[in-house]
Design a binder for this molecule. Structure first.
Ligand SMILES: NC(=O)C1=CN([C@@H]2O[C@H](COP(=O)(O)OP(=O)(O)OC[C@H]3O[C@@H](n4cnc5c(N)ncnc54)[C@H](OP(=O)(O)O)[C@@H]3O)[C@@H](O)[C@H]2O)C=CC1
Ligand SMILES: CC(C)(CO)C(=O)C(=O)O
Length: 317
């Protein structure tokens, strides 16, 4: 089996290096030639937070090329791990996928937020598209090294509109993927309710990310002031109202779980705070904007999430 990872950032380096460590044949596609050459020369180093340890994976266990070399598979089972950000999923990358990804391939999408799975399924109607929801935390150090900041797990599955009776090939392909990543140190499980995981993660990101980015605080600091908790609750309640109108099952215990994520990631700077601090485009359009779109489709308004989106986009360069 071959695993091809598109995007050599934080998650891309972690997933590519882990799959290679687990014995899969791995190709990592980078945006720049400099990064591909650097990885071919020195490999990828992964620093583990928990083990105070670092490990390295080198050519020939891992091959790096620029994304211009991404092409059709040679008939072998191929998983394509899409590890770019939402903003990178532009027409040019979609066209590249349309030209080179076939029905026998499988697409594994790690993006936070919503909207991308529908878009990919529409662009690639023959291809099995899997949504992946991960609690792994990774931070790119440089072109060839990554910090595995938080050890988590990843659920993956096909959304209801695409889910069919599992074929033997599908079950085998999913098992091979789980085995490869499992041997490399990443825990993956197949989920038959991936939407539930996606909407739970969307809610967590839609509350934590814009507020931490606007207030310029670490995740744990959200719990330090009454005004912050009251604001979080207002965003949470609006999303729960929209989920209910959209027919999305969302238990109230998600509030406690959200507070738990703030505690568990207390010293983290959210990805949106990081993007805003660097002056980069954020994923707000697919997070707060994703909530606004869900509301629109359910015939509801989302004034709080719309305002958060405007505030964040107003900051963007
Ligand atoms: N990091 C994390 O811990 C987590 C991230 N996620 C989600 O995963 C997704 C990826 O996040 P993350 O890894 O942090 O993002 P990064 O910004 O670290 O990585 C994205 C990478 O994609 C590369 N890229 C952009 N366009 C292309 C292209 N056309 N072809 C090939 N490579 C390209 C970028 O290259 P270059 O640097 O050269 O521009 C960059 O290296 C996001 O949607 C995020 O929300 C989810 C959970 C946890
Ligand atoms: C869970 C959380 C909020 C952790 O920081 C995250 O996913 C992010 O920063 O994007």
């Amino acid at each position: 089996m071959r695993i091809e990872v598109i995007g050599g950032g934080s998650l891309g380096q972690l997933f590519a290096a882990s799959a290679a460590r687990g014995g899969a044949e791995v190709v990592l596609y980078t945006r720049t030639i400099e990064q591909a050459e650097r990885i071919m020369d020195s490999g990828i180093q992964v620093s583990e937070a928990t083990e105070h340890d670092a490990w390295k994976i080198r050519f020939p266990s891992i091959v790096a090329r620029t994304v211009d070399h991404f092409s059709e598979a040679d008939g072998k089972l191929r998983w394509i791990v899409l590890a770019v950000k939402q903003k990178h999923l532009n027409d040019s990358l979609l066209a590249k996928l349309q030209s080179n990804v076939r029905a026998q391939d499988r697409l594994f999408c790690l993006q936070n937020g919503v909207g991308h799975i529908e878009r990919l399924m529409e662009a690639l109607p023959e291809v099995p598209v899997y949504a992946a929801v991960t609690t792994e935390g990774a931070r790119r150090i440089d072109a060839a090294s990554v910090f595995h900041a938080g050890k988590g797990s990843t659920s993956f599955g096909r959304t209801a509109s695409a889910r069919q009776q599992s074929s033997v090939e599908q079950v085998q392909a999913e098992k091979m993927l789980m085995d490869a990543f499992g041997s490399g140190g990443l825990s993956l499980t197949v989920s038959n309710e991936i939407e539930n995981a996606m909407y739970r993660k969307l809610l967590i990101n839609a509350v934590i990310n814009p507020l931490t980015a606007l207030w310029k605080i670490e995740n744990g600091a959200l719990l330090e002031k009454e005004e912050r908790i009251t604001t979080m609750r207002a965003v949470f309640d609006e999303i729960m109202m929209i989920y209910s109108a959209a027919g999305i099952e969302a238990p109230l215990v998600w509030w406690e779980e959200l507070l738990g994520v703030c505690r568990a990631t207390a010293r983290n700077r959210s990805s949106m705070l990081e993007d805003v601090s660097r002056g980069d485009q954020t994923e707000a359009a697919w997070i707060s904007g994703g909530v606004v779109e869900l509301a629109r489709r359910a015939g509801k308004q989302a004034p709080i999430n719309q305002t958060l989106l405007n505030l964040i986009e107003g900051l963007d360069k």
